[in-house]
Design a protein. Structure first.
Length: 115
């Protein structure tokens, strides 16, 4: 039981870091390709990165028992070509152990999670 719980908590922590990394990649993609990049949740359990012109292979599955919600634009985080988020909002992450709420904020050109 302890090892199962440890594995699940480790999966949740890894997924949170993966989400942060995905948002950073989306920001850099928007800047480098001078396009709009989108991060959204597909079918409730896959995080996907796309741009205006092409689908990226960056997609990953949220672990079972974990939920992620974006408060922006119908669940879509949109990065402008300059890397800024078009609408600052919140990300809510719910696991069986805890609920985390983050504000997505741009400061000095960097994406930051503020708990």
């Amino acid at each position: 039981s302890f090892s199962y719980r440890y594995v699940k908590v480790n999966q949740y922590e890894h997924a949170i870091e993966q989400l942060k990394l995905t948002l950073h990649v989306a920001q850099l993609t928007a800047q480098q390709e001078e396009t709009v990049a989108y991060v959204y949740i597909l079918e409730g359990n896959n995080i996907v990165l796309t741009t205006e012109f092409k689908e990226y292979g960056l997609s990953w599955r949220i672990p079972e028992g974990m939920r992620v919600y974006f408060s922006q634009n119908n669940g879509v985080i949109r990065f402008n070509p300059n890397g800024n988020i078009s609408e600052i909002g919140k990300v809510e992450i719910i696991t069986p152990e805890k609920t985390m709420k983050y504000s997505i904020n741009m400061s000095k050109g960097r994406l930051r999670f503020i708990e």
